[in-house]
Design a protein around this ligand. Structure first.
Ligand code: KG4
Ligand code: ZN
Length: 349
């Protein structure tokens, strides 16, 4: 398979990686988290400027780490959707310029397809069809992976993404940003049964609940009400118990939907992706439920769960192998359904 240099700048990580045959030759991730921490969330304009500052150095470093020159690179890829448009444009413009300069094919990649491909980096034997549970700061989706470029979204969140819920709940407990890792750490010292919290359900017009869609805004409001009530006691907030109870509710809700979806569609493997895949509560519940139902669950190592460019390179290599390349006129898009990824590639005549 081709050797791909990929750039990922869709949010707050400036990432560059080189991947060959699903082997990661270099993987640079320059996180901007400390820069955004003081604002309690990502400031898009600050993110774009920081990508501009960091990207050229990261590209040079990735070639140096892989001990390669441009001669050895078969294709140049970048995330082009979905994400913060200003941030996406930095990586996308750099990749297109390099492709033109070095006369290499250019491959635009959908960010969520990258998260799906993160699983292939450590499980090269993985074969579609399988189910991907994608849980990040911006997305919560159950995606039926039929083949490279062929995806169907079977379930999604109707409001906040799972990671966003972690971030918002952490903020209302004054735990800082990003919330997921802090809540995960605190939850280990807390009692998950301390505060029973409501699992958000999505009602169907014909009655009953959607089996795969989720909703986290009601849960967030329930935690808000609970913290307001607890604060009236003039005691320090029981953040460990609150974190454990919140995490338990999210982990159970995601596990229930992923297992139901895999069983209903006859899919034997669930590949988990996105930053929330790092969550120890989710890992525990999903692993246990999967064993009961004889399903395989793949959790990529943490460095491939959160945003990185190795996953983008891995997806791009698969597309290039199939003759899919993108026009240099390809633009950045803040939103794009994963079922439309083939629109990123030139028609094969
Ligand atoms: O995939 P990602 O790096 O970026 C997006 O594309 O969104 O995911 C970042 C999200 C953040 O919301 C962060 O709080 C969450 O992943 N996260 C976690 C954990 N580590 C990161 N959530 C729960 N538990 C964790 N251990
Ligand atoms: Zn992501």
């Amino acid at each position: 398979m081709a050797t791909i240099l990929a750039i990922e700048t869709s949010c707050d990580e400036t990432a560059v990686a080189i991947v060959k045959n699903r082997q990661v030759l270099s993987n640079i991730v320059a996180s901007q988290i400390p820069l955004h921490q003081r604002y309690g969330g990502i400031v898009p304009e600050v993110a774009s400027r920081q990508h501009v500052e960091t990207l050229n150095g990261a590209i040079a470093q990735s070639l140096q780490d892989a001990d390669l020159t441009w001669m050895a690179i078969d294709g140049i890829a970048a995330t082009c959707a979905p994400g913060l448009v200003g941030a996406l444009l930095v990586g996308l413009t750099a990749a297109k310029t390099l492709a033109l300069l070095h006369q290499k094919p250019f491959i635009g990649v959908h960010h969520l397809e990258g998260h799906i491909y993160a699983s292939y980096l450590t499980a090269p034997d993985l074969q579609p069809p399988f189910l991907c549970l994608l849980v990040s700061g911006g997305h919560t989706s159950l995606i039926y992976v039929k083949d490279c470029g062929q995806y169907e979204t079977l379930g999604q969140t109707r409001d906040d993404a799972a990671g966003e819920a972690f971030d918002k709940v952490a903020r209302l407990m004054d735990l800082g940003y990003p919330g997921g890792p802090v809540i995960d750490r605190l939850a280990k010292q807390g009692n998950p049964a301390a505060f029973p919290l409501p699992e958000g359900q999505v009602s169907l017009p014909e009655g009953g609940f959607h089996p795969y869609d989720s909703s986290f805004s009601g849960l967030k409001t329930a935690v808000l009400r609970l913290t307001q009530k607890l604060q009236q006691n003039d005691q320090p907030l029981p953040v460990a118990d609150l974190s454990a109870s919140f995490q338990e509710t999210v982990a159970r809700a995601l596990t229930k939907r992923a297992i139901a979806c895999a069983l209903d569609y006859g899919l034997k493997t669930i590949a988990v992706g996105g930053g929330v895949a790092a969550n120890s509560g989710l890992r525990h519940h999903l692993q246990k439920a999967a064993e009961t139902h004889n399903l395989r669950v793949l959790f990529p190592p943490l460095k491939f769960c959160t945003d990185n460019a190795a996953m983008i390179a891995c997806a791009a290599a698969e597309h290039l192998e199939r003759g899919h390349t993108s026009p240099l006129t390809l633009g950045a898009q803040s939103r794009m359904a994963i079922s439309n990824v083939m629109q990123l590639y030139k028609p094969i005549i």
